[in-house]
Design a protein around this ligand. Sequence first.
Ligand SMILES: [Zn+2]
Length: 79
Amino acid sequence: MRHEMRAEYAETDETEEADGGPAGAWPVKTWHMVRAGEREAMCGRVLRPDARGLSEAEWGRTPEPFCHTCGALYLRESP
Ligand SMILES: [Zn+2]
């Protein structure tokens, strides 16, 4: 199964999307792992559709923290 990393931002209130600016300009709060093609992280958190994505190869290499729940589930599913 393929996975990709998706960013959770410190500002996640979607009602403020209009004046929040492009998601890529916001600081990343936490990285989550998402199954390819899904919007919901493996821990159950729904991420913004325009959230930054990274290859799963970057797992553990980002300066920002990684979601512990996603990490545990990802390790169980990865070969
Ligand atoms: Zn997560």
